[in-house]
Structures are given as C-alpha cells and as structure tokens.
Design a protein around this ligand. Structure first.
Ligand code: GRF
Length: 203
C-alpha cells in the first residue's frame, strides 16, 4: 500500500525528520505529502521546507474559530491526498471534523508505555520526570491510534526502553527519543506492508 503521509508537529520535529529521512532513503515505502505546524517558527516547519515537503502554519492565530481551524486542517490533508495522518510531537487536540474524516488513520507517538504515564498534562519532560519519580525500572515508547481523548486510543506498537540508576530527565528523554525515531518509522513501514492493518486505510 502506498502511504501518503500528512505529518503534524508543534516544536522540534525530530520524529518528523526521522520519517522524512526514511521516506527519502527508501527505508520507508511512504511519501510525505504535507506538514502542518501550529507554531509559525517551529523548527519542524523548517525541516519540512528543507525536505521539499509543503508546509503550512495552521493554528488559533490563523484560524481563531476552533471549527474553522479543524476544517482547514482536514481540507489541507485532503487536498494533498493524505491517507495516513502522523502526529509527531503535535501538542494540540485534533478537532471532530479531522478525526471523523481520518478515523482509525491517525497515529500518535507517546514517550512512555501507555496506559501508564499518559493523559492530559503528561507530555514532554513531564512524562520522564513522572517515570523517574515512580522509580520505574523500564519506560518506553507507544504508537497508538488517536481518538477524542489524550493518549487513549488503541495501541499499535510498543517498545521498552530501560531506565538506568543514574538517569536524569534529560538522559532518559534522549534514550526514549532515539527509540521513538526507530519505532515510528518501523511501525509506519509495517502499516505500508500490511503487517499492521488499519481499518479504513486504502490507496
Ligand atoms: C516526543 O517525545 C513525542 O513522543 C512527544 O513529543 C516529543 C516530540 O519530539 N509527543 P520531536 O518534536 O519529534 O523532536
């Protein structure tokens, strides 16, 4: 199946970069059609531009009405022929129009082993701080389908990452982020190969 990706990112975009690199090298049988950022100056936007992927800034600044923003995101994805939406460090909730249009075809990556350490308020460094505070022996990465609630949709793939005795939020975060890059590319490739079946996904 030829995947045509729409990638949404908010900040650094290292996951977006890993996916773009894998598309370019042929490691991933997918084509990045469009990138959408909710921050106009996000490094993720510059990364997309450098890769020659059309990039759009769509946010509450460009569309103050949430329904209009939701419609603009859905229309942008559709206009670029996207058949799989990939959230890569996207810090906003998708609206009902986009979720309905792409139900079962929106992936997110979370830097912990869901359902542990997920939900509203648990993002970025806060996740790793919570894992360390709970003295967990392992953390990890989860790729899941997106629904209306944060971090709750069906789990598609998971990988454990060890927590070391002297870990800080930074060292754990770096180890997890490296695993994110690998597992996100790998999971999308398995979807492309049909090893992971997503209902509603078609050429
Ligand atoms: C990643 O840890 C991802 O799991 C989380 O936000 C971070 C984004 O990193 N949702 P980047 O922007 O891809 O570098």
């Amino acid at each position: 199946m030829k995947l045509r990706l729409g990638i949404l990112a908010s900040h650094g975009g290292s996951n977006l970069q890993a996916i773009l690199d894998a598309c370019r090298s042929g490691q991933l049988r997918a084509e990045a059609r469009v990138a959408i950022c909710n921050n106009s100056d996000a490094p993720a936007r510059a990364r997309a531009r450098r890769a020659g992927v059309p990039g759009f800034h769509l946010s509450s600044h460009t569309h103050p009405d949430p329904a209009a923003l939701d419609a603009a995101i859905a229309a942008t994805l559709e206009r670029h022929g996207v058949n799989l939406v990939v959230l890569a460090g996207y810090m906003k909730k998708l609206g009902p129009i986009t979720l309905k249009r792409y139900r079962g075809r929106v992936l997110n990556i979370h830097p912990a082993l869901l359902p542990k350490f997920g939900g509203q308020g648990l993002y970025g460094r806060r996740v790793h701080a919570a894992v360390l505070a709970a003295r967990e022996p392992v953390s990890g990465v989860t790729v899941h389908l997106v629904d209306e609630e944060y971090d709750r949709g069906p789990i598609v793939a998971q990988r454990e990452v060890p927590v070391l005795a002297d870990d800080t939020v930074d060292t754990l975060g770096q180890r997890v982020l490296k695993a994110e890059h690998e597992i996100y590319v790998d999971t999308i490739e398995r979807i492309a190969l049909g090893e992971i079946a997503l209902e509603g996904l078609s050429d």
